[in-house]
Design a protein around this ligand. Structure first.
Ligand SMILES: *[C@@H]1O[C@H](CO)[C@@H](O)[C@H](O)[C@H]1NC(C)=O
Ligand SMILES: *[C@@H]1O[C@H](CO)[C@@H](O)[C@H](O)[C@H]1NC(C)=O
Ligand SMILES: *[C@@H]1O[C@H](CO)[C@@H](O)[C@H](O)[C@H]1NC(C)=O
Ligand SMILES: *[C@@H]1O[C@H](CO)[C@@H](O)[C@H](O)[C@H]1NC(C)=O
Length: 886
């Protein structure tokens, strides 16, 4: 949708979804919840990586404790791998985890304040169902964001309720079990706390509450001191109710001398509870998808948007050749794409978006494409691009094959907003034929493609159909696991100018792309060797010229300052890329206040006339530890204007950068740093162009705030069609434009459509029998087996059964019984693998588990013994505690 307004637009989105629930995701930040979430997330990833390595019969040995080293060990590759996607995924979780304190500051249920136990638990249960449904529909970003928020609410229970004061030593399982409810809560009228005039009392709970083991939580008065008679307060400066008798507060958010024990207990229980939440999600989606959810995936994604109108037969054949080539040659390497995306379009039909992790599916889908129909008319290219940008993971490289200009140019602003929001790169292969001669007007009709390529940091390549195969080499270049951009700029009109760029120790396969017709340049190496663009096989590299693209592949990577000398004044773009594990991510952020202040990501363009704040995350081969940031600057793309920022190291590889004077035009972020392990300086750039805007758009959950300069508001109602699959994402792009289009801004929202959860009971897995004798002295020469019966009672039915832990074989047979289907499973394993966890998932994502550890030496023989579910869960928890590394 599109709204025109004067200067400031504030949009309040109310979502009215009939019979379906919606989850709205907004901005982000980081604080203490993030450390609790972070350690649980990393511990669980490590545990799952270990289990997957064991089941694949390979060793799992990270070379160190950094996220990047964990990623490499988990993928089982030795080659260069960038941690960027992993860190992006983690940031998506962490930022939403922190931002609950801003976006839901006044919502008691999000923090288990005001005794809102039922409501808080509902948020968790619904959130968990949403995460599972999103993963099933492959909407991983939504799943991560919901996970971040759910973890926050779950963690707050331990800080804001009296669970710790009641002496509990383990998390409250009922909060994450759909089939259970919160029990034993204090009555609404029942007083719960004694008065604490000093505000620093170790335990204010009334003896009756403790004796009866009643659950209560503190009241939070952000806007008023009123609270029900006799009830505990949250406490702290921002809680006005803490001045009301009973004064004080029971929050354990911070550690003070009078509560440090309870604070520590709350943190430990919150960590354990987070681990249990993650374990439930893992059980529901399986190890493989769990790791993808956490961002453990090879970085390359192959995304094609292909025009299939009549004249496109050659182009389709070439796209197919390149896809097959990448799939076949990169198979089994760290450069193998982790995901494939294909969106065909004809005239006027387009889509559907095909998204798969299976290379054979991609091969078969691309083989099905045929050039048919379509006249000599422009096509729906931007509509398709919109599908691709919303469907592909963030920071993807998307390639568009077409020979016609777009008909749907009204979508241009939406596409630019999506490019900025996803930081994906879009490149165009515009093939010229007799159908559309390179006559005057070609450039004009296709201009929108040039603009989009430029805005995203991609290439717009005009090429005769006969030479297309030379141009597609750029697709192979980007299909790697550690692509970085070292320099990117454009000049129109061109200038006679020198462009220096720094190559460091870690960079390999450096490639320079120069687009522009008739552009001439000289390349100079740090040691003074030169090569002109006419010397296609020179001392520095090989140059391929095809259409308006000149691609220079450097023969070697000499470390130091290189220079591209542009010698004429035709318009051009320059891009220098390489492969390196040293890279960075960034977001524009703004500070927020309240009981738990922090930083939140700005969703659209940063505000004009103000300093800009960036949150930068650094990633290197062994994490960010050996990397030093020397300079961060915003560089105008079309001019040599540089605005440097001041840098504050906030720990964990994160840096807060403050840029006082933001360039007026489109800019990219330039980072200069030092790799201290080699004492080598490096330079990296982002590809997506950004600029400031005077327009602010806010999507506000329930509350409306106004900025100066006037405002407007709108309500959007979305009604998904009846056959929408639960877990489907809706991407809503809101654009606001000042009169005459002198300024504009956007907001991109991802909303998930979820069907109401009706099946609350998990499947039941019963251990029936264990056979075999194991001796640890000779484990490889003997086997053991475990028989289980798995049922889903009168629930939605079994969706999947998987071995979550253990390297044995599992076979199953189904039997129809009175109470429904019974799956009889047999697990057979070597005595070297003594631990097994079987997880059974129903169609709603409820998880039932069986865990068993075979004893060695003495041997073990259990006959016809059935262990109730709660015992196996307990057993599992015990085993889990012994086997995990925190
Ligand atoms: C990168 O360079 C290495 C040799 O330096 C080569 O083996 C490899 O194929 C190159 N990769 C790409 C994607 O060009
Ligand atoms: C396991 O399931 C099978 C098939 O339904 C049934 O015959 C058997 O009695 C079950 N065993 C137990 C212990 O429930
Ligand atoms: C079936 O579900 C209902 C609730 O919908 C429950 O009360 C009943 O106990 C369940 N029956 C069985 C056999 O699980
Ligand atoms: C699991 O199956 C594989 C292949 O069928 C077989 O080689 C292996 O011995 C089996 N392992 C056990 C423990 O039965």
């Amino acid at each position: 949708m599109r709204m025109k307004s004067v200067v400031v637009v504030v949009a309040l989105l109310a979502l009215v979804l009939s019979r379906l629930e919606a989850f709205v995701s907004v901005g982000s930040s980081g604080n203490t919840h993030v450390t609790i979430t972070g350690s649980a997330v990393m511990a669980k990833i490590e545990e799952v990586c270990k289990a997957v390595a064991e089941s694949e019969g390979r060793e799992f040995k990270p070379t160190g404790s950094s996220a990047e080293e964990l990623l490499r060990a988990c993928l089982g590759t030795t080659g260069e791998v960038s941690g960027a996607k992993f860190r992006t995924a983690l940031n998506q979780i962490y930022m939403q985890n922190g931002i609950v304190d801003r976006d839901f500051m006044a919502s008691a249920s999000h923090h288990f304040n005001n005794e809102e136990f039922k409501e808080g638990r509902n948020l968790i249960i619904q959130g968990m169902a949403a995460i599972k449904a999103n993963v099933r529909s492959d909407n991983l970003q939504s799943a991560r964001e919901t996970l971040g928020r759910v973890a926050h609410t779950l963690q707050d229970f331990y800080s804001h309720s009296n669970w710790v004061e009641l002496g509990n030593k383990s998390p409250y399982a009922n909060l994450i079990r759909p089939d259970l409810t919160v029990e034993n809560t204090a009555d609404p009228e029942m007083p719960t706390c004694s008065d604490c005039p000093s505000g620093t009392c170790p335990n204010q709970l009334l003896p009756e509450i403790l004796k009866e083991m009643l659950l209560t939580s503190g009241y939070m008065g952000l806007f008023s001191a009123a609270k029900p008679q006799g009830k505990c307060s949250h406490g702290g400066e921002t809680d006005l109710s803490s001045s009301q008798n009973p004064r004080g507060g029971i929050s354990k958010d911070e550690s003070h001398s009078y509560n440090s024990n309870m604070h520590n207990n709350a943190v430990n229980l919150a960590s354990e509870a987070t681990l249990e939440l993650l374990e439930d999600i893992r059980g529901a989606i399986g190890n493989k998808d769990y790791l993808r959810l956490m961002g453990i995936a090879r970085s390359a994604v192959l995304a094609f948007v292909i025009d299939t109108t009549g004249s496109m037969a050659d182009d389709i054949a070439e796209a197919k050749r390149v896809a097959f080539n990448i799939i076949d040659t990169k198979k089994g390497t760290q450069d193998e794409p982790s995901e494939y995306i294909l969106v065909p379009f004809n005239d006027p039909a387009f889509g559907p978006l095909i998204r798969t992790t299976n290379p054979d599916v991609m091969k078969s889908e691309i083989s099905k494409l045929q050039a048919t129909g379509g006249g000599d008319i422009p096509e729906m290219c931007l509509s398709v691009l919109q599908l691709a940008l919303t469907g592909a993971p963030a920071s993807s490289h998307i390639y568009v094959f077409t020979d016609a200009p777009p008909k749907d140019t009204h979508l241009e602003k939406t596409i630019i907003a999506l490019i900025r929001s996803t930081k994906s790169t879009v490149s165009f292969f515009m093939t010229t034929t007799s159908r559309r001669k390179r006559a005057a007007g070609f450039r004009t009709a296709f201009q929108v493609y040039y603009d989009m390529a430029l805005a995203s940091g991609g290439q717009a390549i005009e090429v005769p159909k006969s030479s297309l195969s030379q141009a597609t080499a750029i697709i192979v270049d980007t299909s790697t696991s550690a692509l970085v951009t070292i320099l990117q700029c454009s000049r129109s009109p061109g200038l006679v100018e020198n462009f220096p760029f720094l190559l460091d120790e870690s960079v390999t396969n450096t490639t320079i792309y120069i687009t522009g017709s008739g552009v001439r340049f000289n390349l100079h190496s740090p040691s003074g060797v030169s090569q002109s663009n006419t010397d296609v096989n020179g001392p520095l590299g090989t140059i391929n010229q095809v259409g308006n693209l000149q691609r220079v592949h450097l023969t070697g990577t000499e470390i130091g300052l290189w220079k591209i000398e542009m010698t004429n004044t035709l318009p051009y773009t320059i891009k220098v890329t390489g492969q390196s594990p040293i890279t960075f991510l960034y977001d524009f952020v703004e500070e927020f206040k309240g009981p738990h202040p922090g930083y939140a990501v700005i969703d659209g363009r940063p505000a004009a006339g103000m300093p800009a704040k960036l949150l930068l995350t650094l990633s290197g081969e062994k994490g960010p530890e050996n990397l030093k940031v020397l300079e961060v600057a915003l560089v105008e793309v079309s001019q040599n204007k540089v605005s440097k920022g001041s840098i504050e190291n906030v720990g964990g590889g994160d840096f807060l950068v403050n840029v006082k004077e933001v360039p007026a035009g489109e800019f990219v972020v330039l980072l200069k740093g030092e790799d201290q392990s080699f004492s080598s300086q490096f330079q990296r750039q982002t590809t997506t162009q950004m600029s400031q805007s005077k327009i602010a758009i806010k999507q506000l959950p329930g509350r409306l705030s106004l900025a100066s300069g006037g405002s407007a508001q709108g309500t959007i109602s979305l009604t998904p069609s009846a056959n929408t699959v639960s877990g489907t994402d809706v991407t809503l792009t809101i654009e606001a434009e000042a009169p005459g289009a002198v300024d504009s801004n956007y907001a991109v929202l991802r909303l998930s459509v979820l069907s109401k959860v009706t099946d609350l009971t998990p499947p039941e897995c019963k251990i029936i029998d264990v056979e075999g004798v194991c001796y640890s002295s000779a484990c490889s020469s003997s086997n053991w087996e475990l028989s289980v019966n798995i049922t889903d009672g009168n629930g939605t039915g079994l969706q999947s059964i998987s071995i979550q832990q253990g390297s044995g074989n599992f076979t199953q047979t189904e039997a129809e019984e009175e109470g429904g289907v019974v799956v009889m499973g047999l697990y057979e394993a070597s005595c070297c693998s003594t631990l097994v966890t079987i997880s059974a998932v129903d169609k709603e994502g409820n998880v039932g588990r069986c865990s068993y550890t075979m004893k060695s030496d003495a041997g073990s023989r259990l006959i016809a013994m059935s262990i109730p579910l709660w015992v196996s869960v307990l057993l599992y928890a015990l085993l889990h505690a012994t086997f995990s590394v925190y």
